[in-house]
Design a protein around this ligand. Structure first.
Ligand SMILES: NC(=O)c1ccc[n+]([C@@H]2O[C@H](COP(=O)([O-])OP(=O)(O)OC[C@H]3O[C@@H](n4cnc5c(N)ncnc54)[C@H](O)[C@@H]3O)[C@@H](O)[C@H]2O)c1
Ligand SMILES: O=C(O)[C@H](O)COP(=O)(O)O
Length: 531
């Protein structure tokens, strides 16, 4: 089996490459490339490991024809077009905790550096000025810190600030009263925070809602003498308004680790009084970089090698323990999905996935995603388990999942029912041994067959002589039958009615062969299938 291939395109701790190799992946470390160079290269990779320097654009994703997973060794994923990645069937993962302590410590360091003007005092002292009389700082003890965003990093900043004896208030629409109480912070609205905070630190992701959250208007509503720290994302603050506020003295200081445009080479804020900055160093400690490198490589290798999904932003998680148990069901789900897709085509309006027996203990989401992928791939070949549920939702497909705890005739059973505007079709499959999958029911008929290679599905009136005529027709066309499965429709399986045949063929039946079979007496339906 060929090994999955991973590209590390941003500077990352060497532990990442080591883990990829140890876990069965080939890895290339090629950093600092232009978007054009990455576009030319990305087609050969199954995985892309990044930090914040690589921006994963729709153009890169369009060229990434083999890509299965993007791993962000860090938290913010605003440099990845997640919607496009999802539509392309690419899983996007991050490492949500690996650098949170480090980043929170950076925010606290920036806050103290602002309070005591350490960078400027350092610069002038080393220039030989001894400017003692020019500096007068403020204590943070007893001051109010306003957190915008109280998630992982905000919570750590709160605890460190409380250690410095600050009062912490927080604006975060998703912060529950219980969590606020646990953190010892007062939950407030944004207007109150702006009015009361002596220091403001930002800890939200950059989204459509948070972009420009400290707009000119809001900066003007802040308490005079406020000091602002941003170690989250550049787009959260109106930089021009921040500069004006610093210059007119309303804002006593600002510390930015992040900028609207990075790398920030000639930002207008540079040189503004009481402004200090670092070049996106929030996550840059040895500890954090080892954490995120190890974690991203472990997560990506798990996904590429075993199918385990951890910390994905666009698909549900699946533990590395669960993944091998689900694997045969995913394969069976894809086959059953493919069967209903080939029989009913894109007119399907609803799909129900039912599991019983052993399958009922499993996580149903990936199995349903596999059924959807198998079905929809029969009419669009860019579908996989990642994008199938999204595309199904977009086309308004009604998808249901049903779990029966009791065991039926089979120790494990997966049943798929699809409905079009005028028909309903059910197929069911089971697993024998650990992983041998079989179709066990189709069109209300018990049957037991593999779904492999070229097949033909026939429904005919059950009457003597038909099998002979069918054999002759296929033989005359030079089509060899590999396997032959015949069943009568339930519930009256003993006589009359319709019979269902599923034949494995050594080659795909041509249109002429299908027409010839269709023309046989008593034939009601013929469909060529391929798995
Ligand atoms: N400077 C750096 O190097 C660095 C390092 C790590 C993370 N970050 C940035 O910090 C951000 C926060 O990281 P985290 O781990 O705390 O994320 P998190 O998801 O744990 O917390 C984000 C918080 O923001 C809140 N939020 C969302 N929308 C909001 C809104 N409109 N108003 C107020 N709050 C809102 C959420 O409810 C959540 O509690 C990341 O998204 C990333 O962009 C920067
Ligand atoms: O979101 C993050 O994790 C930080 O912005 C860190 O970015 P970096 O990995 O480029 O340092």
């Amino acid at each position: 089996m060929t090994k999955p291939k991973v590209l590390i395109s941003d500077k990352m701790d060497p532990n990442a490459a080591r883990i990829f190799e140890e876990r069965g992946c080939d890895v290339d470390v090629i950093t600092g490339e232009t978007p054009e160079q990455l576009i030319a290269r990305i087609g050969e990779y199954d995985g892309l490991a990044i930090r914040s320097s690589t921006t994963v654009t729709p153009e890169i994703l369009a060229a990434a024809t083999n890509l299965k997973v993007i791993g962000r060794a860090g938290i913010g994923v605003d440099n990845v077009d997640i919607a496009k990645a999802s539509a392309s069937g690419v899983v996007v993962m991050n490492t949500p905790f690996g650098n949170s302590i480090t980043t929170a410590e950076h925010a606290i360091a920036m806050m103290l550096a602002l309070a005591r003007q350490i960078p400027e005092a350092n610069r002038r002292t080393q220039a030989g000025e001894w400017p003692k009389k020019d500096f007068m700082g403020v204590e943070v003890t007893g001051k109010t810190l306003g957190l915008i965003g109280a998630g992982n990093i905000g919570a750590i900043v709160a605890s460190r600030a409380q250690g410095l004896r600050m009062k912490v208030i927080a604006y975060d629409p998703f912060l529950t009263p219980d969590r606020a109480m646990e953190l010892g912070v007062e939950k407030v609205d944004l207007g109150t925070l702006l009015k009361r905070a002596d220091f403001i630190t930002l800890h939200t992701p950059l989204t459509d809602e948070t972009r420009n959250i400290l707009s000119r208007e809001r900066l003007e509503q802040t308490k005079p003498g406020v000091r602002i720290v941003n170690c989250a994302r550049g787009g959260l603050i109106d930089e021009a308004a921040l500069k004006d506020g610093l210059e007119n003295g309303h804002i006593a200081g600002a510390a930015l680790d992040v900028f609207a445009v990075e790398p920030a080479k000639d930002n207008p804020l540079f040189g503004t009084p009481n402004f200090i900055c670092t070049p996106h160093l929030g996550a840059s400690t040895t500890e954090a970089q080892v954490n995120v490198a190890l974690q991203v490589a472990e997560q990506m290798a798990d996904y590429l090698v075993t199918g385990g999904v951890t910390n994905a932003l666009n698909v549900p998680s699946l533990s590395a323990e669960e993944a091998p148990r689900l694997k045969p069901y995913i394969a069976l789900g894809e086959k059953l999905g493919s069967l209903v897709g080939q029989l009913e085509g894109p007119e399907v309006q609803s799909l129900t996935v039912e599991v019983s027996g052993a399958a009922a203990e499993l996580n149903l989401k990936p199995i349903t995603a596999a059924v959807l992928a198998g079905m929809m791939r029969t009419w669009s070949d860019t579908i996989n388990m990642v994008n199938a549920p999204i595309l199904a939702k977009e086309r308004g497909l009604d998808v249901r999942e049903v779990r029966h705890d009791r065991e039926g005739d089979y120790h494990t059973l997966l049943r798929v029912t699809v409905k079009t505007s005028d028909r309903e079709r059910e197929v069911a499959g089971s697993l024998f041994g650990d992983s041998q999958m079989r179709l066990v029911e189709i069109a209300g008929t018990r049957i037991e067959t593999d779904l492999e290679g070229d097949m033909i599905y026939i429904v005919n009136e059950d009457a003597p002589g038909f099998i002979g005529r069918l054999g002759s027709t296929l033989g005359a066309a030079g089509v060899n039958i590999g396997n032959f499965h015949l069943g009568r429709r339930l519930p009256d399986r003993n006589r009359g009615g319709d019979a269902v045949l599923l034949l494995s063929l050594d080659q795909a039946p041509t249109k002429e062969v299908q027409d010839a079979v269709c023309a046989l007496e008593g034939v009601k339906k013929v469909r060529a299938l391929s798995f």
